[in-house]
Design a protein around this ligand. Structure first.
Ligand code: GLU
Length: 475
């Protein structure tokens, strides 16, 4: 699942979209493309490989127009190639579509379209959606209606961005189990897979719910829910600066993020420990009675967050004396886990969009568990679908190998364990005070460690080539 950027306004969208795609590069991708609606209809430029290949293809050409969509692809259906890259069109060239995610029943829909004589250019599931939307648009001449009709027939997970050749001022989007946010501007509006491409232009966003269809023009955003009712969605003001999602003077994002750890820990401590040195959790509403009801805690996550969970088990069992099970989300959801209304379910996710964790959380919710999440991205799906949320204030984590998100997740688990212990009366006041003092000392200690960066680099270079050294990385 990769990246989408869309823009509608009074300026030409080309640069905003290409620069926006670059802000999503960290997610990994194999090709990139852009579609702009201009006086010639729809102009599409796409290329396999890096965004710079797309830029080279475009050269000095000005695509014009006032509305456009862009995409970075992570191939799921069909090899990485220029023809398979997005945007895709219907055969009449009425519309152009970008898509993140996958359409599970695409073969069935493709079979039906083939029988009607539709000819396909690519191997993707996305082109099937484009052909279907194009067909409906030809019938109803209403872009939103065409999209709604098509998604009603599509199964799977998808974020979609759609433009039409005869709609030079309109962008339509849809979201279901794949991330998509709307950036609210003055005289323009945008869509993107995450906040990073928006921050330079606006910090106000709408958080979409699953099943929402959005119609954007330069001056207006209309959101319709699953049952096609026009709705108001929560707006969020992002506090990150543009440079929070950029490398700055660092060579790599990972290096920058290693150095941002003390800042993330400080911020998370400040927001959860009051001036009297007591834990005060905004967003968590668990009482001593609630805790007394739980006979078990389940911590469920994927990858690095799962490893934070393993530490969390030791902490919670030791301090609060509640049995804890830790599970990988993909395993949890394919078993029939022992979860009921006496279970506290803790989901951990940096992005808050981890698909398996989200599904595991929903499963636990259906079984009656209370859901608490530890999440970095404010307003993300995991956060919104939880009863209680404990945010890690690490700021955007771009590098795939987790650093500051992991250490702030650990901090949240330390705080949570002590909070539970305090509610259950399993630690005394002296221990509590000492524990808080130790937590508060962490940022300074981290800063001390980061001062010997050059020594660590020299040691790493020394060990790098040795056969007997094992590197354990994120799977
Ligand atoms: N399933 C689509 C494809 O293979 C979209 C993949 C993506 O999310 O980038 O083209």
């Amino acid at each position: 699942m990769c990246g989408i950027v869309g823009f509608v306004g009074s300026t030409e969208p080309q640069n905003i979209i290409v620069e926006g795609l670059k802000k999503l590069e960290y997610r990994g991708y194999d090709s990139a493309g852009i579609a702009v609606v201009n006086e010639r209809g729809i102009t599409i430029r796409k290329h396999v490989g890096e965004i710079k290949n797309l830029e080279a293809l475009i050269g000095n050409e000005r695509l014009g127009g006032r509305v456009g969509i862009g995409h970075t692809r992570w191939a799921t259906h069909g090899a990485p190639s220029t023809v398979n890259s997005h945007p895709h069109q219907d055969q009449a060239g009425r519309i152009a579509l970008v898509h993140n995610g996958l359409i599970e029943n695409y073969l069935e829909l493709k079979g039906e379209l083939l029988e009607e004589g539709v000819q396909f250019k690519s191997e993707t599931d996305t082109e099937v959606a484009a052909q279907l939307i194009g067909k409906y648009y030809g019938q109803c001449h209403d872009l939103k209606e065409a999209l709604d009709k098509a998604v009603a027939r599509m199964e799977g997970a998808f974020a979609l961005g759609l433009v039409a050749a005869d709609q030079p001022d309109m962008l339509v989007a849809y979201r279901k189990n794949a991330p998509l946010v709307v950036g609210i501007g003055k005289g323009f509006n945008m869509i993107a897979s995450d906040f990073a491409p928006l921050l330079e232009y606006t910090k106000d966003v709408y958080l979409l719910e699953n099943g929402d269809t959005v119609v954007l023009t330069a001056d207006n955003v209309d959101i319709y829910d699953e049952s096609d009712k026009k709705v108001e969605r929560e707006t969020l003001h992002i506090k990150w600066n543009v440079d929070a999602a950029e490398k700055g003077d660092y060579e790599f994002f990972m290096m920058k993020e290693i150095h941002e750890q003390p800042q993330g820990i400080r911020e998370t401590l400040d927001r959860n420990i009051d001036e009297n040195g007591r834990i005060s959790l905004y967003g968590i509403d668990l009482t001593a009675e609630d805790l007394a009801r739980f006979n078990k805690i389940y911590i469920v996550a994927c990858g690095t967050a799962y490893h934070a969970g393993l530490v969390g088990r030791y902490l919670i069992e030791k301090l609060a004396r509640i049995p804890v099970e830790v599970d990988i989300a993909s395993e949890f959801r394919y078993r029939d886990p022992f979860v009921d209304d006496k279970t506290l379910f803790i989901a951990i996710s940096q992005s808050g969009e981890t698909a398996d964790t989200l599904e595991a959380l929903r499963l636990a919710g259906r079984k009656g568990a209370r859901i608490l999440s530890i999440v970095n991205v404010v307003g993300s799906s995991v956060a919104r679908e939880s009863d209680d949320v404990f945010y890690t204030w690490a700021g955007p984590e771009i590098a795939v190998a987790s650093t500051k998100a992991y250490t702030t997740q650990l901090l949240c688990l330390y705080i949570l364990a002590l909070y539970f212990a305090d509610l259950r009366g399993t630690v005394d006041e002296e221990y509590y005070r000492h524990f808080i003092d130790e937590l508060k000392a962490i940022p300074e200690k981290q800063e001390e460690v980061l001062k010997i960066e050059d020594t660590m680099k020299a040691l790493a270079a020394d060990y790098y080539d040795r056969d007997q050294v094992f590197f354990i990385g994120r799977g």
